[in-house]
Design a protein around this ligand. Structure first.
Ligand SMILES: *Cc1c(COP(=O)(O)O)cnc(C)c1O
Length: 427
């Protein structure tokens, strides 16, 4: 596959932007080579600036569950743009999107829109601190909650991919208020809660981790977490920026049946435009200004373009009673294909349409087991797949996403490309 135009663009970009990118996960640092520049996308396909086509498993890191440039989403954005992109006042779409989210996620009694997942988690953290009058938070090693200062210790996603040290630029006092527990290990949570009795404002968790690769939580573990938080007056926050509307219309909480106090959203609810949101129990949420004293604001929050894209996306999901069944079937087809083809004991984690193939023989249940994966081999695997026209995230510590636009032939082609890439990646 020849990519001269991508190479030329990246050579220019690196002079003007840090690392040549606007988000580190787009760099190819851990897999080698230059990143690809895309020209357009349609359905399951990406087309690069050299005219090469790829079957896409990044889906813009989660949002594109309907596939790229879905006609209803594109039409909704276009119609909204013609009417004005931002009023700086209230508009009807905000109410409609709030109602749509609430319809699927009953734990969300009221909701506030923001512009990214990062903003949602940072705001939820401030709110939990305001509500409890406590300072410390618990998160889990390998989980990613956006790039807010408090979340950058032992973080997943690009932080894990690049193997970065904990939080240069974060003050020691901020870092000291973040306590890391071990995913799926309730004992590690109990120990921290006991040592910091009456000091923990919130527990943040990805109820299915996607940012150390796909690592599902054990359902008993989530319920135990719920019980500890209830007993200790700790705000339980499910970060469903990735899993919200991905694993079921009710998110991971719908799937597992464990109810958090607050939930953060992003990605799918913005239909490919910049949106985040946080919501949950009315009693807590009503501390947010102007209903209450905890301040949080945004010039472009709830802007009509983003609301239109989100409404169109959630409405399309709502209109198809088979939506998640279809995604599950596609996910299962890929899983079965890979398991049969692998010819060796690799670890394949999947929940519905999110999955990760780990180059590890051990089960992957937390960040340490995720890190047993063979990174050099992943890099060879990634590059062999790319050459075959299958676009995976350029990191072992990310989840792949399937959209409803992935066809049977896409999936067949993917399985055969993966089979070859597994063979080629053997040392
Ligand atoms: C992507 C992600 C975020 C950050 O969202 P941005 O929109 O990139 O700021 C936060 N939490 C989780 C679980 C995510 O997957």
């Amino acid at each position: 596959m020849e990519t001269p135009n991508s190479k030329r663009l990246f050579a220019d970009a690196i002079k003007h932007m840090p690392g040549g990118v606007n988000s580190p996960v787009r760099a190819f640092k851990s897999v080698g080579g230059d990143p690809i520049y895309m020209e357009s996308a349609q359905g399951s396909q990406l087309v690069d600036v050299d005219g090469n086509e790829y079957i896409d498993y990044i889906g813009s890191w989660g949002p594109m569950i309907l596939g790229h440039a879905h006609p209803e989403v594109t039409a909704a954005i276009t119609a909204a743009a013609i009417k004005g992109t931002s009023f700086g006042t209230n508009s009807e779409g905000e109410v409609e999107l709030a109602k749509l989210v609430k319809k699927f996620v009953p734990a969300v009694e009221i909701i506030r829109m923001v512009n990214s997942g990062t903003e949602a988690t940072m705001s939820a953290m401030r709110l939990a601190r305001g509500y409890t009058s406590r300072n410390r938070i618990i998160k889990f090693e390998g989980c990613y909650h956006g790039h807010g200062d408090s979340f950058l210790s032992k973080a997943g996603s690009g932080v894990a991919t690049l193997g970065l040290p904990d939080s240069p630029g974060v003050t020691p006092s901020t870092a000291a208020d973040t306590l890391n527990a071990v995913y799926n290990d309730i004992g590690s949570v109990r120990a921290i809660v006991e040592q910091n009795h009456g000091e923990i404002a919130a527990v943040f968790i990805e109820p299915i981790a996607g940012n150390m690769g796909c690592v599902p939580a054990d359902s008993a573990f989530l319920q135990d977490l719920r019980d500890i938080c209830t007993a200790e007056g700790i705000v339980l926050i499910f970060d469903e920026v990735m899993t919200g509307f991905r694993v079921s219309a009710g998110g991971a909480q719908g799937l597992y049946g464990t109810t958090p106090d607050l939930t953060t959203f992003g990605k799918i609810i913005g239909g490919g435009l910049p949106v985040g949101a946080y919501g949950g129990r009315r009693e807590i949420m009503e501390l947010i200004a102007p209903a209450g004293p905890v301040y949080q604001a945004g010039t472009l929050s709830g802007n009509p373009l983003a609301m239109a894209a989100g409404i169109a996306t959630l409405s399309a999901i709502d209109a198809d009673p088979e939506f998640y069944k279809k995604l599950e079937q596609k996910g299962r087809a890929i899983e079965d294909g890979i398991r049969q083809a692998a010819g060796e004991p690799l670890t394949f984690n999947r929940v519905g349409s999110m999955f990760t193939l780990f180059f590890s023989e051990e089960p992957v249940t937390d960040f340490s087991s995720a890190k047993t994966s063979d990174a050099a081999r992943f890099a060879r695997f990634f590059n062999a797949l790319l050459e075959a026209g299958v676009y995976f995230p350029p990191s072992q510590f990310e989840a792949c996403f399937i959209s409803v636009a992935h066809s049977e032939s896409d999936i067949e082609q993917t399985i055969s490309a993966i089979t070859d890439a597994i063979a080629k990646s053997r040392g």
